[in-house]
Design a protein around this ligand. Structure first.
Ligand code: TXA
Ligand code: MG
Length: 319
C-alpha cells in the first residue's frame, strides 16, 4: 500500500511494522532501530544475510549523540558540509544499539538522509530507523515508490510516497572508527573527490579491493543482479554471436550508430554524471524488462560519480 500521510507511517513504525521510506539516495525499508523483533523482520522480508549490518537513520546529530553515537571531530567537517546528504558514517557502537543492527560488529553505521518527507517523519520519532535499501537482497535498489510496492508491497506495512530519488545511488560509506585515518567502505552518491577536498587529505581505500572479505559486508561481488545477464563494455569472443536485436545497451550520453535506437537507453544526453547516476537503477530495471538476451553497459569515466556507477554496474554484471 502506497501512502502519503507521514503520521500514519510514524504510527506503523511505532507499532513495530515495516515501512518503506523515501530518501535522496534510494528507498529504504525501515523499522524501529531499537526494536529487535521489528528489525528481524527486515532480514526476513529482504532475505538478507544475517551477517550484513544495517544503517541507522535519524534527523539530527544531537539525537544520535543522545543514544551514545558521536561523530569524532575529524568527521564533523564533512558532516557540516554534506549532511543531511548521501553519506554514512561508521562509528563505535553504543550499548543502546541492538546487536542485530550491527551483525555483532563493534561499530555502527549512521546517517541523516536528505529528503523532506523522511526528515519530517524522523523528527516525529524518538528512535532511529534501521533501513537497508527496500529491495530483495541481491537485486537492484528502488528509486521510486512503485518499485518497492511491486516487489515488497504485500509483505510490509506501507510504502511512504516521496517521488523519485534525486541522487539514485546509495550513500557513500566512510568509517571513522580510526578518526585519524578515515576509510572508504563503499562508493556512493557523494564523490570521494568532494570528501577528500573537505578533509584536506586522502581516504584509505584498500577495503574496496577486497571482495572476498568485504569490510562493508553488503559489498558482495554480485549484488545488483538483473535477470538478464549484464556485461560491461562491448562483449568480446562470445561463444554464440548475439544479434544486435537481442541486445539492450545502457549508454552514458551517445547512441551507438550500429545498434537499433530502440534498444539503447541513454542516461544523460548532456553527459552529466549526476543525472546518469540518478537514472542508473531505473535504467537497469527497464533494460531487464525488455527481456533481451544480454544487457551491455558502457564503462563510465573513472572519476566523481562515474566511479560509483562503474562499481554498481560491475556488481550487476556476471564477472
Ligand atoms: O543510501 C543508503 O545508504 C541507503 C538508504 C536507504 O539510506 N541504505 C543502504 O543500506 O544502502 P544497505 O543496507 O543496502 O547497505 C548498507 C551497507 C552495507 O554494505 C553494510 O554492510 C554497510 O552498510 N554497513 C552497515 N553497518 C556497517 C558497519 N558497522 N561497518 C561496516 N559496514 C557497515
Ligand atoms: Mg542494498
Amino acid at each position: 500500500m502506497i501512502i502519503t500521510e507521514i503520521q500514519l507511517a510514524a504510527d506503523l513504525l511505532q507499532q513495530g511494522e515495516l515501512v518503506a521510506i523515501p530518501t535522496e539516495t534510494v528507498y529504504g525499508l525501515a523499522a524501529n532501530g531499537f526494536d529487535g523483533s521489528a528489525i528481524a523482520k527486515i532480514y526476513e522480508v529482504k532475505n538478507r544475510p544475517q551477517f550484513n549490518p544495517l544503517i541507522l537513520h535519524s534527523n539530527s546529530w544531537e539525537k544520535f549523540a543522545s543514544w551514545g553515537l558521536e561523530l569524532p571531530e575529524e568527521a564533523l567537517k564533512v558532516a557540516d558540509k554534506f549532511s543531511p546528504g548521501p553519506l554514512t558514517f561508521v562509528v563505535p557502537k553504543s550499548s543502546k544499539v541492538p546487536d542485530i543492527i550491527t551483525a555483532g560488529h563493534s561499530s555502527v553505521a549512521i546517517r541523516i538522509p536528505n529528503h523532506p518527507v523522511t526528515l519530517s517523519l524522523l523528527s516525529k520519532l524518538a528512535f532511529p530507523l534501521a533501513a537497508p535499501s527496500a529491495n530483495l537482497s541481491g537485486t537492484v535498489s528502488p528509486t521510486k515508490a512503485i518499485h518497492v510496492e511491486m516487489q515488497l508491497g504485500i509483505l510490509i506495512g506501507a510504502v511512504l510516497e516521496g517521488g523519485e530519488c534525486h541522487i539514485g545511488l546509495e550513500s557513500t560509506i566512510i568509517s571513522f572508527v580510526n578518526p585519524k585515518q578515515p576509510k572508504l567502505l563503499r562508493l556512493g552518491g557523494l564523490s570521494i573527490e568532494e570528501i577528500e577536498d573537505t578533509l584536506g587529505f586522502k581516504l584509505e581505500k584498500d577495503s574496496l579491493l577486497n571482495n572476498e572479505n568485504p569490510q562493508a559486508p553488503g559489498m558482495l561481488s554480485r549484488h545488483y543482479a538483473p535477470k538478464t545477464p549484464l556485461v560491461l563494455g562491448l562483449p568480446q569472443n562470445l561463444e554464440t554471436p548475439i544479434d544486435n536485436e537481442d541486445l539492450v545497451c545502457i549508454r552514458f550520453s551517445q547512441y551507438l550508430p550500429e545498434m537499433p535506437l530502440k534498444n539503447q537507453i541513454i542516461l544523460s544526453e548532456a553527459g552529466d554524471l549526476k543525472e546518469a547516476a540518478q537514472k542508473l537503477f531505473a535504467a537497469i530495471r527497464q533494460a531487464d524488462e525488455m527481456n533481451k538476451k544480454l544487457i551491455v553497459a558502457e564503462i563510465f569515466p573513472e572519476e566523481h560519480l562515474g566511479r560509483a556507477i562503474n562499481d554498481r554496474l560491475r556488481r550487476a554484471s556476471l564477472s
